[in-house]
Each structure stands twice: as structure tokens, then as C-alpha cells.
Ligand binder design. Structure first.
Ligand code: PLP
Length: 398
């Protein structure tokens, strides 16, 4: 029976949206909902049990980031980390350099500080490949540049940004450097010292942990104002009773992720992704988003590919594939009720039609050959059907 039919297993290729909890993550969290329910701030035994669990998770995160435990701050996820970096560091008169391909958690925070907040903001555009050139960051520097915020892996294309080179530029300029590593954590090694960043945000649910919990690396001495006040939690950097089960789940997910970084998991996923990508672009009227001028993909995380299918409405293809048991994402997002083409693809120079005709396939690390076979079987058929009813493909529109 094909995936998706009559409740059969589905092929989930939307890992960049979210991932399922691993069984060992669920098991690790379980006691902290019930018998070990204490508040990590209480001094009695129940509180101490919770505190010990939070501290153990902190040690694991410090290992993931390659930092000191005191530099790990637990929070509610990537959006909070990104918001905290911008709102916590920038004041009127400062200048922020970010990019036009950031997640909206950075872009909308940048708009807020830039609008009423009196902060000058420069949005650096990527090259057509999706890469941000470090020299474009350097060219945007001003004497009052206080923060540079650049993502590590783009959520739509998977393209990895040259953060080490940008870190050097930030250091030379005396600017703080924040990295949104939400889509990179667990997929590539992170080393905050080598990168030279001051702040880095991650989210548990993108790496087989629970939703609504994340962590931030905050380099010692960084004058980051807390976003949330009201308690002395997390060394006064993030008030609010700790989400103990969530933090334990994040810790376990990070521990497993570190093993996956070393056991060949991502080489296997990259091979599957490459086979999928090669298979899809053999269809006429298709191409890869995230390729250099030589047509070859630039450096990306192993699980992501983004492909345009001319004369196809991406959202229609997402639905057609869903009906065939395949979950993917389109190159557009819903903003205030209207479907807008992806700001990332537009910034890379795609026109609106091609951006709307693009799909993101993001594989889980448990993806199989059979998953790829299925997608390669059903996609051409779905694309052909949509093209057959497309006025543009039929030549009835200009
Ligand atoms: N940053 C990036 C690059 C993301 O892909 C996402 C989620 O899609 C976020 C930030 C927001 O993370 P969260 O869902 O934990 O708020």
C-alpha cells in the first residue's frame, strides 16, 4: 500500500518545520511530569531533583555548544532566542546588521527596533546561491554597529552561511555577533568559541525534542538585558519557572544529536537528499534553489533541498503531494491572510512566480530509501497533472 493510503505510514519530508520526539526523549521527560514534578527553585528534595535534572541538561547543552555551563540559558525556543538577542542588546542610536533571508523571528524583531526603536538596520542580501558574502557584512559596518545577526543554516534552502568569517569581521569591528542556529543544531557541529559569536539560539523541536523549549548560548560578560523579568531564574537572564520536562527533553535530544553527528547519520541523509534532488531535477522545467553559478549546490545542511517546478503553483503541489502521503513545504508563507512568495527566494533573485513554484523537501534523519523512492514516484505525476491545467503552461497566458 502506498504511504498515506488508508492510514499507512506517511513520508514526512518537512523536518525543518518540526521533528517527532525520539522515544528516549519521551522516556527521559516522563518522570518530570508526574513524580518528579518539583519546582527547580524550591530548596526541598523535590525541588532539588528538578534542579539536578536542569543542571544535567545544561551540561549537555554546554557540550553541544562547546561553552561553559554558566553560558547556557534555557528559554521557550528559537523565536525567543532571536527576539532576546535583538531586544536585549540594541538601544536607540545603535546599528544592526542582519540579512534579508533571516527567519521572521529575527526580521520582525529587526523591524521593531528599526521602526519605533531608533536603531539603524541594514539588511544584507545574499548572492543568487543563497550565500551571504562576508565582505557584504563588512561593507555594511558603521561606527555605531552594535550587533550582527546572521543565521547559520537557512530554513528554506539549507544553505550554510560563512559564520566563522563573519565572526572575525564582528570581532575586528568590536560588534556583538548573534547566530540563529535553529536549523543547524544537531545537523552540524557547533563550536561557539571557534565561530567567535556572543549569542546563539537553538530550538528543541527541530532536533527531535519537545516544542516550546530552546536554549541560548550567552557569552560571559555579554550585556544582554533579559526579555522576561520577574525572577532570578537562569542567573537573572530569563525569568519564569523552568520548564523542567521540556529542558530534560532538550538535553536528551541534544545528547542523541551529538551521537548522530559522529556515527555517519548525516552522510546517509545527504546521500538520500542528493538522490532525491538529482531525481527531481531530471524533470523538465525544474531546478535547484541554492546552487552556485556553476549549477552545483553550495554548502548546505544534509537534509534540505529546495526545488522550483515551473508552471506549478507550489501550494497546489504541496496539497497534491499530501494526498499522495508526502508532507513538504511550499516556497510561500501565509501573511495576514494572503499567500506571499518566500522572502528568502525573492532575496536570492527568483521572480515571484518561480518563488511560488518552489518546494522545500527536508528529510528526517530517519529517512529511508523507500521514502525517496515514493517521492520520486509520485512527484512527476503530480507536477504533470498540475501543468496540464496551468494556463501558463498551456500558453493561454502571457
Ligand atoms: N529560526 C529559524 C531559522 C527557524 O527555522 C525557526 C522555526 O522555524 C525559528 C527560528 C523559530 O523557532 P521556534 O519554532 O522554536 O520558535
Amino acid at each position: 500500500m502506498p504511504p498515506g493510503a488508508s492510514g499507512a505510514a506517511r513520508v514526512y519530508m518537512d523536518a525543518n518545520a518540526t521533528t517527532p520526539l525520539l522515544p528516549q526523549v519521551v522516556e527521559a521527560m516522563r518522570p518530570f511530569w508526574t513524580e518528579s514534578f518539583g519546582n527547580a527553585s524550591s530548596i526541598h528534595l523535590d525541588g532539588q531533583r528538578a534542579r539536578t535534572a536542569v543542571d544535567q541538561a545544561r551540561e549537555i547543552l554546554a557540550e553541544l555548544f562547546h561553552c561553559h555551563e554558566a553560558e547556557v540559558v534555557f528559554n521557550s525556543g528559537g523565536t525567543e532566542g532571536d527576539n532576546t538577542a535583538l531586544f536585549g542588546l540594541l538601544r536607540p542610536g545603535d546599528h544592526l546588521i542582519t540579512t534579508s533571508i533571516e527567519h521572521s523571528a529575527v526580521l520582525q524583531a529587526a523591524r521593531r527596533v528599526g521602526g519605533g526603536g531608533g536603531v539603524g538596520v541594514t539588511y544584507v542580501d545574499p548572492e543568487p546561491s543563497g550565500l551571504i558574502h562576508p565582505e557584504a557584512i563588512r561593507a555594511a559596518l558603521r561606527p555605531e554597529t552594535r550587533l550582527i545577526s546572521v543565521m547559520l543554516a537557512n530554513n528554506e534552502t539549507g544553505v550554510l552561511q560563512p559564520v566563522e568569517a563573519i565572526g572575525k569581521i564582528a570581532a575586528e569591528a568590536g560588534a556583538f555577533f548573534h547566530i540563529d542556529a535553529v536549523q543547524a543544531a544537531g545537523k552540524i557541529p557547533l563550536d561557539v568559541r571557534r565561530i567567535g559569536c556572543h549569542l546563539l539560539s537553538i530550538s528543541a523541536h527541530k532536533m527531535h525534542g519537545p516544542k516550546g523549549v530552546g536554549a541560548m548560548f550567552v557569552r560571559r560578560g555579554t550585556p544582554l538585558e533579559p526579555l522576561l523579568v520577574g525572577g532570578s531564574h537562569e542567573r537573572r537572564r530569563r525569568a519564569g519557572t523552568e520548564n523542567v520536562p521540556g529542558i530534560v527533553g532538550l538535553g536528551k535530544a541534544a545528547e542523541v544529536a551529538m551521537t548522530s553527528l559522529e556515527d555517519g547519520t548525516w552522510d546517509r541523509v545527504a546521500a538520500l537528499r542528493n538522490r532525491l534532488e538529482t531525481g527531481l531535477v531530471t524533470m523538465s522545467g525544474t531546478g535547484l534553489n541554492g546552487a552556485g553559478s556553476d549549477g552545483k549546490p553550495v554548502t548546505r545542511v544534509a537534509n534540505t533541498t529546495n526545488i522550483w517546478f515551473d508552471h506549478v503553483e507550489g501550494e497546489a503541489l504541496v496539497i497534491a503531494l499530501d494526498l499522495k502521503g508526502v508532507a513538504v513545504s511550499g516556497g510561500s508563507a501565509c501573511h495576514s491572510g494572503a499567500t506571499e512568495p518566500s522572502h528568502v527566494l525573492l532575496a536570492m533573485g527568483l521572480d515571484k512566480t518561480r518563488a511560488r513554484a518552489s518546494l522545500r523537501f527536508s528529510l528526517l534523519k530517519t529517512a529511508s530509501e523507500a521514502d525517496v523512492d515514493h517521492v520520486l514516484r509520485v512527484t512527476p505525476e503530480a507536477v504533470e497533472k498540475l501543468r496540464a491545467v496551468s494556463p501558463v503552461a498551456a500558453g493561454t497566458l502571457g
